[in-house]
Each structure stands twice: as C-alpha cells, then as structure tokens.
Design a protein around this ligand. Structure first.
Ligand code: 0RA
Length: 636
C-alpha cells in the first residue's frame, strides 16, 4: 500500500498510537510492573467516569487464566453509531484515537472535564489483543483490535436479555513486545481498587482473580469517612471523623475532606487529585495545612485554651496541629498540572488559596457545631506544643554536645573527602566490625561510613523528645545534615545516596526496617526524592574458574545449572565474613554492586505497614509475617 492510500486522518491515527508504542513510558510511566497495572487503572478510570456521571453502579475487574484482564461496567455502553465526520463507529474512534475519549459528549460524560489520564486508546495501543463488548439498544456488539489496529469491524453478536441492559466490557492482553512482565498482581490491584472505592462512595468494585481463585468486593457507602477510619484501624483514635465537602462553582474546584486524629505522633496526609494519589503533595496539601493551622489556633485562642505567654507570641505550630493527624483530601479540578519526580505533585498555583479558603470556612463551621471534637483536637495540639518545647531543649543539648566534636559531625562518622555532593554516598552499616571493613574497603573520596551500634530506637513507639534524645538517632540526623520535621532542608543534604548496608539475615532485616521507619516518619522527602537505598549483599559465592556472586537460592540454582559440575559454593554468614575486595566488588563499588532504591508505591499502604510492623498491633503483625514469610530470606 502506498502512502497516498492513507487518508490524512488515518495517518494522524497511526502517528498517535505509534507514538504510544514508541514511548510507552511517557503515557503509562513505565513498561515494568507499574506500567502493566497502569493499563488496568486506565480502563477502570473510564468506567469510574461513567459512574461519576451517574450511569454506572458496578465495575468488575477479572484477572483471567489466558493472561488477559477484563474490566466490565454497567454504564451506558460506549456509543456505536457512526462518528459524524470520521464515518466509523464512535467506539472505534474512542479506541484508536489518542485522547478521543473526551470529545464525545462533553456535557454529560465528562462532567469533570476529563478527570482521568490518557484514555483507553493507550491500553489498546499497548495490547497484543483487545476485545470490546458493548450492550446497548438491546444488542450486544463486539470489536477486536491488535496493537491499536482494528482487526474486526463492529458486529452484533447477540441480544441482551433485558432491553435496557447496558454496559461495556474491555478485555485486553498486554503486549509482550512492550512489557517486561505480563502477570497481574492481585495485591497491587486490590490496594488501588480499594482506594478508588473509598474515593467514590457507594460505587461497587468487584475484583476477581481466576488464577488464584480469589475475589473481593469493595464498596463503601461512607466514602472518605470510612477511608480515614480504615487507615486509623490499628491506631488509638481520639474522636469521630470530621467530614466536609465544599465546591467553588466559579472555578469548578471541589474538595472533600475527612480528618481523624489518633494518639500517635505521626502526621498522615493523603492527597488525591481527581482520584490520583498525589504522593509528593502539592498546592492542595499546602492550602490545607495553612487552613488547619489557622483554624485550630483561632479556636484555641477564642476558647482560652491557648493563653498568651509572657512574651506574647505563643501559638501552635504546623507540626503541633499535625501531630497524630490522619487526613484524606480529595480534590477534583478541571485542569490538574502534575509535577515532581513521579508526576504526583499538584502544581496549580491558584489551588492553594482556593483550598485554604474552603477548608478554613468549613472547618471553622464544623468546630462551632461540634465543640467536643474541636476541644479534643485543640488539646492534642497543645500537648504537642508542650512536647515541642521540651524537645527543643533536648535538641539544644544535642547541639551543644556535638559542638565539641570535629566540625559538629558525629565522631563515629568516617566522612568522605569530596565535598561535591552529586556523587557522594553515606553507608549506614550495622555493627562496629562491618563498619571497620567498610571503612577499609570504601572509596574514601566519595563514600562515608556511619557504623551503628546494633539496633536503633523504634521510632514508631517513641515520642519526638525521646527519639531526639537517642545518640544513634542524633548521629544519623547530624551526618545527613538536613534536619527533621518542619526544619527539614533538602539543600543541606550532605550525601546524594544514603545506603543502608545490613547483613542478609533476620537481624539485618530488622535493623533495615527500623532505619526505614525512621526515614519514613522523619525524613520522608528523602524517600520521595530517591535518596534512600538498601545494599543487597550476596548470599553465596560460587567458584568455577572465577568467583560469581548470587543473591538468592533461586539465582544460585540457576547459576549452578548453567555452570554445571564441580563448582564450590560458599554461603556468606554476614558482611563481616567477606574479604575487603569481596565487600568492595559486591556491595560498594558503584560499577559492580547491587543496591535497591527505596520508594513508596502506595502511601496509605506504607503507613499501615509501618504502624503495624513497628507499633502495638501484635495480631496484625503476625498475620503480615505469616503472609510475607515466603518472600523473606530467613537465615536462623
Ligand atoms: C461517551 C458517551 C457515552 C458513554 C461513554 C462514552 C462510555 C465510555 C466508557 C468506557 C468504559 N465504559 C464506558 N461507558 C460509557 C454515553 C452516550 C449516551 O448514551 O448518550
């Protein structure tokens, strides 16, 4: 076929979907596990939009044995009549034109001005095969595509039982030419689908896994109120949830908020913009924080809970009013601008003021109407303020103490010589002896070593005063340089990579978890910015002609099979057992080592996991360990 056989329109189409196939990561983030699951969310989002428009009540997601995933809804069904200009069925337009989704019916369908991502055509472009089935006007229609290209024209394949039965089912087989993994993970889908159900009160989402023979229904009539209760599930709560919803007609911005304090010291702000989890925060979160601080201060002053101090400037700080806070902020706006490393930070500057004024009005009103709840919250913030003053004294003590050591840095730190921060690294090492080896093995120029005296304090169970009084913790904070909490300053970060190096055994895992808990609660920005890493020391050395290092039993089996016959296998008991060269090659040499970047896939889940693993929920912890034990490396 020569080029002139293509109409201008079909050339545009090919360019569109080919673009998606050429640069899939631009549309779905990655071509790994995350990108694969993104396909499902993209399909589900279309059905959720139909639910938001008031036409869909049930969505069913099925992981099938043949490697496909289907998303079924009982909405109006994608229109099938010919597109007035393109003269092909509207459904074909939706599936083959990039961003065509919103162009159908702006008024009724896209009430939210197109809340969601890149659309179903991307799913089509990245699927080896996709089948869409539509129930509409008493008929069942079907169409098939491959890699974005129409394979079977629209045909009627049957009649619905009931004349007004409507709906859409999209079944897709992700393309192995695109994705590095093709297996859908029940747990990943479960977490996100539960989140979607919480964010859309009443919507019923069914998840079915035909491979694992598992199913679950997510439906929450209480919406965000149930969400906040669920997050606080393993915590001691201090009042019933505060809930409000406001709309700014002029700008089209609407906000829904659920707040519930618990007795912990942690702050948990979960922001969603058009149901996308804004892990990196943004202007909506900033607006909320400003409003919260103002309303609680005003209330405490008005009710004489907060009394003017001698120097006249007593007020509750942002950290004070957020201690023990769990909040869900769900914002819907017409044109979100996402920024940041993972495109999960809301950038629209006008939103801060809008959210601030809506939250201020709604929260002040709620406090007036619910004085008992308001008092509990104000009292809790007062208590935090008192502890803050005590902690300040403790910090001053730390500062004075450290002023005596060299340059204010902890004495145990073997710093690197280069002050250029782009390639500098801090190794946090378990135990003095491994610390000693690391000091000898390192590249002095860019690698600093901080040995830890065994286990650090469990941050989850200690209040800030106690935490900041611990020597190991203050050493860590001083070495890193940024400070913590409200005074955190990313520009003061002294190393670009912070690498946790522990033994590959149970104790090592525990120390790693304690450190990650510390970073997650005190310096979450470092996790968000991708500064935190875990070293992955090898478990075995396999010798045949030369040394090979492997990191798991499975890898060992594979390698031994490959090398065949007489090999010598050594199991490493710990970092301390390695020679300096081995330590350098396997775990420290930037060119040959294996390290893992730590990131938070889902903030809600991470918070729950840390609270549960490190807090007081013994049964929850046992369940978690039983469920995850098969994934852990046990060497007892
Ligand atoms: C445009 C118009 C109409 C429905 C839809 C789109 C629609 C799209 C999807 C995608 C997945 N499920 C869906 N359900 C509906 C309705 C037009 C009308 O009937 O008036």
């Amino acid at each position: 076929m020569s080029a002139k056989d293509y109409g201008a329109e079909s050339i545009k189409v090919l360019e569109g979907l080919e673009g998606v196939r050429k640069r899939p990561a631009m549309y779905i983030g990655s071509t790994g596990k995350d990108g694969l699951h993104h396909l499902v969310y993209e399909a589900v989002d279309n059905s959720v939009d139909e639910a938001l428009a008031g036409y869909c009540k049930n969505i069913t997601i099925t992981i099938k044995k043949d490697g496909s995933c289907s998303v079924e809804d009982d909405g109006r069904g994608i229109p099938v009549e010919p597109h007035p200009i393109l003269k092909i069925p509207a459904v074909e337009v939706a599936l083959t034109r990039l961003h065509a989704g919103g162009k159908f019916d702006k008024k009724s369908y896209m009430i939210s001005g197109g809340l969601h991502g890149v659309g179903i055509s991307c799913v089509n472009a990245l699927s080896k095969k996709l089948i869409v089935e539509i129930k509409r006007d008493g008929n069942i229609y079907s169409m098939e595509f491959s890699r974005g290209i129409t394979q079977t024209k629209l045909k009627t394949i049957g009649k619905t039982k009931d004349k007004d039965e409507t709906g859409t089912t999209v079944t897709f087989f992700p393309d192995e030419e695109i994705f590095s993994t093709l297996t859908f993970d029940y747990k990943i889908l479960e977490t996100r689908l539960r989140e979607i159900a919480f964010l859309n009160a009443g919507l019923k989402i069914n998840l079915v896994d035909e491979i694992k023979d598992k199913k679950e229904i997510f439906q929450y009539h209480g919406g965000l109120v149930e969400f906040v209760k669920w997050i606080n599930g393993s915590k001691e709560i201090i009042h019933k949830p505060v809930y409000f919803k406001r709309e700014d007609k002029e700008s089209g911005t609407s906000i829904e908020v659920a707040v519930q304090y618990n007795s912990s010291y942690n702050e948990n702000i979960f922001g969603f913009v058009n149901t996308i989890n804004t892990v990196e925060g943004g202007t909506h979160v900033a607006g909320f924080k400003t409003a919260l601080t103002r309303v609680i201060n005003d209330y405490a002053k008005k009710k004489n809970i907060l009394k003017p101090s001698k120097n006249g400037d007593s007020s509750l700080s942002g950290d004070d009013v957020r201690e023990g806070l769990t909040v869900i902020i769900s914002l819907k706006i017409p044109n979100p601008q996402f920024e940041g490393q993972t495109k999960t930070k809301l950038g629209n500057s006008e939103i801060k003021g809008q959210v601030d004024s809506m939250v201020t009005a709604a929260l002040a009103e709620y406090f007036e109407e619910n004085p008992a709840v308001a008092k509990k919250i104000a009292d809790k913030a007062m208590e935090a303020a008192r502890a803050r003053l005590a902690a300040k004294k403790a910090k001053e003590l730390v500062r004075r103490k450290s002023a005596f050591s060299l340059g204010g840095l902890p004495g145990k730190l073997a710093d690197c010589s280069s002050k250029k921060n782009e390639d500098s690294e801090l190794y946090i090492v378990e135990g003095e002896s491994a610390g000693g080896s690391a000091k000898q093995a390192r590249n002095k120029e860019i690698q600093a070593i901080l040995p830890l005296k065994g286990k650090i304090l469990n941050i989850e169970k200690a209040n800030p005063t106690k935490a900041l009084g611990s020597e190991e913790i203050t050493n860590l904070i001083t070495a890193i340089g940024t400070g913590v909490g409200e005074s955190f300053d990313a520009t003061k970060l002294r190393y670009n990579k912070i690498i946790i190096m522990t033994d590959a055994d149970v104790d090592g895992e525990h120390i790693k978890t304690l450190l990650l808990t510390f970073f997650f609660r005190y310096m979450p920005q470092l996790i968000d910015n991708g500064n935190i890493y875990a070293a992955v020391p090898p478990l075995f050395k396999v010798r045949k002609n030369k040394d090979h290092y492997v990191h798991s039993e499975a890898e060992l089996k594979k390698l031994v099979d490959k090398l065949g016959g007489n090999v010598v296998v050594n199991r490493f008991k710990g970092l301390g057992e390695m020679s300096l060269d081995q330590l350098w090659d396997t775990t420290m040499n930037p060119k040959t080592r294996k390290i893992k970047k730590v990131y938070v896939e889902d903030a809600v889940e991470a918070d729950q996991t840390f609270s549960m693993l490190m807090g007081d929920d013994v049964q929850g912890r046992k369940d978690f360990i039983a469920e995850n034990a098969k994934e852990a490396n046990l060497d007892i």
